[in-house]
Write a protein that binds this ligand. Structure first.
Ligand SMILES: [Zn+2]
Length: 423
């Protein structure tokens, strides 16, 4: 039959196949080295050696992606910490930072987070959506198939609800799956007249409506010197739990204020940043199964040498995620850059970094049973890189190596171009 619809996709002759933590796939014979995947109905149907796969499946019935033993394959990246939606360009602040201007001086000159808040409040939903789609396209071209996206640049009830609406609508408009987080307690905005407690109370009042409309999976708060205290955060997170939200926390970035230990005691899913966290925080997080979401782009743009202590978290038995922290002060959309920073600045082996950028991110979003590894029955979210080994992916850190991306079993990026831009 001419133009018969294919049954699915087979990726074969893979130079290095990174499956991630798997439980269902078992080698058919000893020493099997899987280098092929069968994708059917949006899921991974079979894993094995190319010759065995083609003994079981007919080449004619499938679209074939042949890696010719020179491309590697892994799960699509899960970028589990992004501030995707905002308006306003802050590129001019870079020169100020290089000349030694402090955060406070930049803020006084009209820059910093309050500038982003002003621009975001003034932007229409259409404009915010248009900007976000440009960013999502770049993420997809660089191999990301699922992200988390936070609010936090509105900081009034109306504008925070506007951002949640934009994020939820984006999820229907773009192939990347977007998991929304309410970060109304990012920081108290400069035009708010009350104190931190008044502001936290205002944000608590929004929680039942956000839950009723099912507009966010997670609630987040920045717990730090200059942001919210442990006491204020405990009140906010307790209310969030009572309203049925899962918790993630901006923790111990600037100072060790005990936020990681609070994350463990509150049962948070993820504690993020952790630049100042210590061994006692890591062991509390391991006991409570809190993911350490490490964001090495942040110290890089802060021109700091203080990176999170990856070996400490690994040795304590904590699951580690790697994410971009994409925001107006940390303009990274490419998870390959984050993996390189993880390896070069935090002593992560390339495979450890890759696992953190896929499985770790998925676990921090409670979706590790669907995405983040390439086991049988998992969603077929797959990235193909034009490098011959995982080591090469990090070693050659200067460019985008993604050639093809598959999302839910559909080819969305082919030969470095987006070929499907909707769900
Ligand atoms: Zn953040």
């Amino acid at each position: 039959m001419l133009n018969a619809k294919k049954e699915g996709i087979i990726i074969c002759d893979i130079a290095e196949l990174f499956l991630g933590p798997i439980h269902k796939y078992e080698p058919v014979y000893a020493n099997e080295k899987p280098d092929a995947l069968v994708i059917k109905d949006g899921k991974i149907e079979s894993i094995g050696e190319t010759t065995r796969i083609f003994a079981d499946y007919s080449r004619n019935d499938y679209d074939i992606i042949n890696c010719n033993s020179r491309k590697i394959v892994c799960s699509g990246f899960v970028d589990s910490h992004t501030h995707l939606v905002f308006a306003g360009n802050r590129s001019h602040e870079l020169s100020m930072k290089i000349k030694g201007k402090s955060y406070l001086e930049i803020a006084k000159a009209g820059g910093g987070i309050n500038y982003t808040v002003k621009e975001t409040r003034n932007a229409s939903e259409e404009e915010l959506s248009r900007l976000a789609i440009q960013r999502l396209d770049q993420m997809l071209l660089h191999g990301t198939t699922t992200i988390e996206a936070k609010t936090g640049y509105g900081l009034t009830p109306e504008s925070e609800m506007k951002l949640l609406k934009v994020i939820n609508e984006l999820n229907n408009k773009h192939p990347i799956d977007i998991i929304p987080t309410f970060l109304g307690c990012h920081i108290k905005p400069e035009d708010f007249t009350g104190n931190n407690w008044d502001y936290v109370e205002l944000m608590i009042q929004l929680l039942p409506e956000i839950k009723r409309l099912n507009m966010a999976n997670f609630v987040d708060i920045w717990v730090d010197y200059g942001a919210f205290s442990i006491e204020e955060s405990t009140a906010f997170l307790t209310a969030a739990k009572e309203n049925g939200f899962d918790l993630r926390i901006h923790a111990d970035e600037m100072e060790n204020v005990g936020a990681a230990i609070m994350a463990a005691s509150m049962g948070a899913v993820s504690a993020d940043h952790l630049l100042k966290a210590e061994a006692i925080s890591a062991s509390a997080m391991a006991d409570a199964d809190v993911v350490a979401n490490l964001l090495p782009g942040t110290p890089f743009v802060l021109m700091s040498n203080n990176y999170a202590n990856f070996p400490m978290f690994r040795d304590a038995g904590v699951t580690v995620a790697l994410s971009t922290d994409f925001n107006p002060n940390c303009y990274i959309l490419n998870m390959q850059t984050v993996i390189a920073l993880g390896s070069f600045m935090m002593k992560m082996l390339p495979k450890e970094a890759l696992k953190a950028a896929t499985y770790g991110g998925a676990k921090s979003l409670k979706i590790e049973k669907e995405v983040g590894s390439l086991d049988l029955g998992m969603n077929a979210d797959i990235t193909i890189f034009d490098v011959p080994s995982i080591d090469s992916l990090v070693y050659q850190f200067d460019r985008n190596h993604v050639s093809d991306v598959i999302k839910d079993g559909n080819i969305v990026v082919k030969n470095k171009e987006i070929v499907k831009n909707t769900k």
